[in-house]
Design a protein around this ligand. Structure first.
Ligand code: SF4
Length: 355
């Protein structure tokens, strides 16, 4: 099986930086919101003692708080200061620039327009730096409704479509005597989409890896399908079904900007070990690693890898189609207080199938 990875895929600069800062953070650090839209990464960090909170009200005085790549408004920095929190600022530098541009536009007395999704945390943070005085739009019809003004400053959500922005900017040009456009679109998203489109045109099927709640991963799957390429959106290798690729010779793989390298590599390895013509044969190495059987039976002893863990149980990948639940009471005698005290994501275990 030939497997080709998209020329641009996986973590973008801002997300990689944020995740690395979180990994280096001391135990007990809180991220303000999940660090990225990827449950496996959030789960792995939680095991290291870095867990998300929804608000600073949940954080004890003097604790460490990490601000994720989407950024936050100035009120959060002030509140953190009052609570004597130590702040690790992982706001992506591209987002920081958009925030500062919004602030400068308001200070110059211009009308501030933000082009982006109103409910997106990044757009909310940019708006807050613009003293919450921005008009936020993401459609041409909304641009048409903006009243004429003398001077207008425009900031764009970093992941917004270039094409859509050009159409909106042409309308805004008619709404002011002086248009000051701050081109804050980041190219990471566009590069990933372009690379996915090119690869989808060359392969028999595409695998798109990333959180099911990640908008940019969903968009990657959509652009692949638009090329009439059979496309499978999965979060981890455990979801792969080798039947999907029966009779195929060349598979393309891409991943959203919030998908870590280790999940991508796991999928690539499994796919490279599928034989052409759809026979579901894996390499000796992988058979060894996973002790792979399609349907492990009661009493079988198999090797597996922990793919997620919570207080009560660990979820163990025991092959490409199977996932076992290992309750904490089966881990040790006496049972640990929390399953996550006993195992962590990535641990390799030998388990006996109970039923
Ligand atoms: S997509 Fe661009 S702006 Fe957004 S976090 Fe990644 S590098 Fe930063």
């Amino acid at each position: 099986m030939k497997v080709t990875l998209a020329a641009a895929c996986g973590f973008c600069y801002g997300v990689r930086r944020a995740v690395e800062l979180a990994e280096q953070a001391e135990k007990g650090t809180h991220t303000l919101g999940p660090i990225i839209h990827n449950p496996q990464v959030v789960g792995r960090l939680a095991e290291q003692g870095v867990s998300p909170v929804d608000s600073l009200d949940e954080v004890e005085k003097g604790a460490v708080v990490l601000i994720r790549s989407h950024g936050v408004g100035p009120d959060i920095y002030e509140k953190a200061d009052k609570q004597e929190l130590k702040v690790i600022d992982a706001t992506c530098p591209h987002v920081k620039k958009a925030q500062q541009d919004a602030k400068n536009i308001i200070e110059k007395g211009e009308k501030l327009i933000i082009v982006g999704e109103k409910a997106h945390p990044e757009v909310i943070s940019i708006s807050q730096w613009g003293a919450n005085r921005a008009i936020i739009i993401d459609r041409e019809e909304e641009a048409q409704q903006i009243p004429f003004c003398d001077s207008m400053g425009v900031v764009v959500q970093t992941t917004f479509s270039q094409e859509q922005f050009k159409r909106i900017a042409a309308i805004l040009q008619q709404k002011t005597n002086h248009l000051d456009v701050h081109m804050t679109i980041c190219t990471a998203t566009q590069q990933r989409q372009q690379a996915a489109i090119e690869l989808a045109g060359q392969v028999d099927a595409m695998i798109v890896i990333g959180g099911k709640n990640s908008a940019n991963t969903g968009r990657l799957a959509q652009v692949c399908r638009e090329q009439d390429c059979p496309t499978y959106h999965i979060e981890t290798a455990a979801e792969l079904d080798t039947d999907w690729f029966s009779g195929m010779n060349h598979i393309g793989i891409t991943a959203g900007a919030s998908t870590p390298d280790w999940i991508i590599q796991e999928v690539v390895k499994i796919m490279e070990n599928l034989q052409a013509e759809g026979t579901e044969v894996m390499s000796e190495e992988l058979l060894d690693k996973y002790d792979y059987e399609e349907n492990p039976k009661k009493g079988d002893v198999v090797k597996g890898t922990v793919i997620s863990v919570n207080d009560d149980a660990a979820y163990v990948s025991i092959g490409t189609k199977a996932e076992a639940i290992l309750p904490k009471k089966e881990m040790a005698v006496p049972a640990p207080e929390k399953a996550s005290d006993f195992v962590k994501v990535g641990d390799e275990l030998t388990v006996e199938i109970a039923n």
